[in-house]
Design a protein around this ligand. Structure first.
Ligand SMILES: Nc1ncnc2c1ncn2[C@@H]1O[C@H](COP(=O)(O)OP(=O)(O)O)[C@@H](O)[C@H]1O
Ligand SMILES: [Mg+2]
Length: 313
């Protein structure tokens, strides 16, 4: 079942570009990944079949892989279990199947914890222009898409509007304090390193990624005050996934997921039919289907299973 926007009998907490978040109670949130897709920071008018379920189930899969290493916010991503916990969602079971996650509510640190294992995107642009990354000097002679060893931790602030802003580690310390800054960097590196190793075994390069962390409120019953990994984790929306068999430094790499969409939008721009702002052009059926197939393919390659989003157990 496709979803552009959700309407649930719960109190809205936040509506992001892709996800609708609701309050369940003082300790829990429901995160709903819709099928919305954004490219070049613009949300498209069309939805991508299965995208929401792919994002939620990839996060759930990673959190199960990483369970021994990191405390996280997931309580359940299984719709039958979620409905048992939150009976008011009973009538929404079909539309929520696969895409909903019941999570521990936390106070999210206002920092995007970016880890880069390869130099690409805005990092490549800054390096090419200034030889630095987030203001810190980098080794000379790097090529676009080169592997970075060790990976680089480059935090950004979470901007409510527009683009996130890269900040230095000193700036991060001044925002959240030394101890938390150190802890978030340590956890980010650990999760990224584990994730990139597991993905590599499956032919996928995770070039870079972004994590969010939160603190469990001290009023909470369990694990009060603890830092936990929240939000989406190592998904194609929060990370750059590259097919390892086509990796070749020296230029940009094809992305696993949104390439058909990006190619189409680039062509529309070149033809003068789109200026890159809202409203986006209408997407042809082939582009929607090709993008959906990419998301399903990533899920299958990573987990070794075919996603069955209509499976309600
Ligand atoms: N466990 C959690 N506790 C509190 N907030 C969370 C938790 N997990 C995710 N969030 C927040 O929910 C929102 C998810 O919506 P999303 O569509 O990703 O928004 P955005 O467009 O800001 O990326 C983010 O603001 C994220 O910080
Ligand atoms: Mg987000």
């Amino acid at each position: 079942m496709l979803m552009q926007t959700s309407t649930l009998p719960l109190k809205p907490f936040r509506r992001g570009k892709v996800r609708d978040v609701y309050e369940v109670d003082a300790d829990r949130l429901l995160l709903v990944a819709t099928d919305r897709v954004s490219a070049f920071d613009v949300v498209m008018g069309e939805t991508i079949p299965y995208k929401g379920a792919v994002l939620t189930q990839i996060t759930a899969w990673w959190l199960r892989q990483l369970e021994d290493r990191i405390a996280h916010h997931m309580l359940s991503a299984d719709i039958a279990e979620i409905v048992r916990e939150v009976p008011s969602l009973r009538d929404h079971q079909d539309e929520l199947a696969g895409r909903a996650m019941l999570a521990r509510r936390s106070t999210v640190f206002p920092i995007e914890c970016v880890v880069r294992g390869y130099i690409s995107g805005s990092a490549w642009k800054e390096y090419r222009e200034a030889g630095t990354l987030a203001g810190e000097p980098l080794a000379k002679g790097l090529r676009e898409s080169d592997r970075l060893n060790p990976p680089i931790f480059s935090p950004a602030t979470k901007a409510d509007e527009g683009h996130d802003e890269n900040i230095t580690i000193d700036k991060m310390r001044s925002l959240i304090g030394d101890a938390d800054a150190r802890e978030l960097e340590r956890l980010s590196r650990e999760v990224y390193e584990s994730g990139r190793r597991i993905a590599a075994e499956r032919g996928i390069i995770i070039a870079d990624t972004k994590f969010e962390f939160g603190r469990v409120p001290t009023t909470g019953r369990e694990g009060a005050g603890k830092v936990i990994l929240v939000d989406e984790v190592l998904t194609p929306d929060s990370s750059r996934f590259w097919p390892a068999d086509r990796y070749e430094p020296g230029h940009g790499q094809p992305s696993f997921d949104k390439q058909p969409l990006r190619d189409y939008l680039d062509a529309e721009k070149r033809a003068g039919r789109w200026d890159g702002n809202y409203p986006p052009p209408r997407l042809p059926k082939e582009v929607i289907e090709a993008t959906s197939a990419r998301y399903l393919d990533i899920y299958r390659r990573l987990t070794g299973h075919t996603l069955d989003p209509d499976d309600r157990h």
